[in-house]
Design a binder for this molecule. Structure first.
Ligand code: PLP
Length: 342
């Protein structure tokens, strides 16, 4: 506060450098949310052009903000089915919904689990498509030696307070190896700034403030430790619930590929299990209660059924998990689930 600069100042610049270094990319641009990070990455990469009805393929099992970001950019969200083990986009299902209007694929690293980036990037390369990672739930996750944020043309992060790296308010960032793309996001985030509108660029107001950047710089130092803590709590659930009869546990594509933003299992009697846990004072949630391809806002006549996502949606249950949950608490949750199953 004594510095007297509150928006897009030295703290934001320093955080952008540190976040780019952490992700292993050449640049990062701070913006005001994960939704704007996705949308500006789609525009700055050239994947979605204004008023052209460009199609972007994504997952039906994610927050509505993923698809809203595509609409906000001026594109059309198209949904493909998911893999039942990892809950992330299935590359062969993606390939089946590609049309001449498809311009990009937006995989979501859901619940902290990396999508199958090698297969998705291979499909994208064959069809000349841009790939934008929705890494809002996967800060620090790694696959094949690379971190989320460094696996595609660009990636978007959210720093919503509950994320693995969360601010004390809203925030987001785009990361990319393409320095011109990052510079373009920096122009677009200040659409009312003379250089942008005089050049005829249709930007918006999406700035990261200094307070959030300063707080994120401090919290970034703990991110690896917190992710490790999330993994060790997930191991407790994995080990104790392995013998559950009907419970299907989440699986990690590779040990470091999951940062357990959420621990999401499946149970055929999910709602009764939730009531049983609630009766013991244990809160669970459903991420997400609605599949996006079934929502009026995103419906299109061409959209087919997505049987895997539709099957999984009725069974998913998010168990309590955050870095400050104690091991005893995790064991107690597991005990109550085993009790329900016995
Ligand atoms: C997967 C995913 N994508 C996008 C977003 C949007 O981020 P924000 O809430 O910062 O706009 C979120 C978080 O809400 C998210 O979890």
């Amino acid at each position: 506060m004594a510095g007297g600069v509150f928006i897009l100042g030295r703290e934001v610049e320093a955080f952008e450098e540190e976040w780019a270094r952490f992700c292993g990319v050449r640049g990062a641009a701070g913006v005001n949310s994960g939704t704007d990070a996705l949308s500006l990455a789609l525009i700055a990469s050239g994947a979605v052009r204004q008023r052209r009805q460009d199609e972007v393929i994504t997952s039906p099992l994610t927050t509505a903000y993923t698809a809203l970001a595509i609409l906000n950019a001026g594109g059309v969200p198209v949904f493909a089915d998911i893999d039942p083990q990892t809950y992330t986009l299935d590359a062969s299902a993606v390939e089946r919904v590609i049309t001449p209007r498809t311009r990009a694929i937006m995989p979501v690293h859901l619940y902290g689990q990396m999508a199958d980036m090698p297969s998705l990037c291979e499909v994208a390369a064959r069809h000349g498509l841009t790939v934008i990672e929705d890494a809002a739930q996967a800060h620090g996750a790694r696959i094949e030696g690379k971190r989320a944020g460094a696996l595609a043309h660009a990636a978007a992060f959210s720093f919503y307070p509950t994320k693995n790296l969360g601010a004390c308010g809203d925030g987001g960032a785009v990361t990319s190896d393409d320095v011109a793309l990052i510079e373009c996001v920096k122009t677009l985030r200040q659409g009312g700034h003379a250089p942008a509108f005089l050049a005829g660029v249709e930007g918006r107001n999406s700035r990261l403030d200094e307070m959030q950047a300063a707080l994120l710089r401090v919290k970034l130092q703990y991110l690896e430790k917190w992710n490790e803590r999330r993994r060790s709590l997930a191991r407790i659930y994995d080990e104790t619930l392995r013998h559950g009869r009907a419970l299907q546990l989440p699986s990690a594509r590779a040990p470091q590929s999951h940062v357990y933003h959420l621990y999401v299992a499946q149970h055929p009697r999910r709602d009764r299990l939730r009531s049983h846990l609630a009766a013991h004072g244990i809160e669970t949630l459903i991420h997400y209660p609605f599949l996006l391809h079934q929502q009026r806002l995103f419906q299109r006549p061409e959209q087919g059924a997505l049987p895997v996502a539709e099957d999984v949606a009725g069974k998913i249950i998010s168990l309590p998990l955050h870095p400050y949950l104690t091991e005893e608490e995790a064991r107690e949750v597991a005990d109550k689930i085993l009790h329900f199953e016995s």
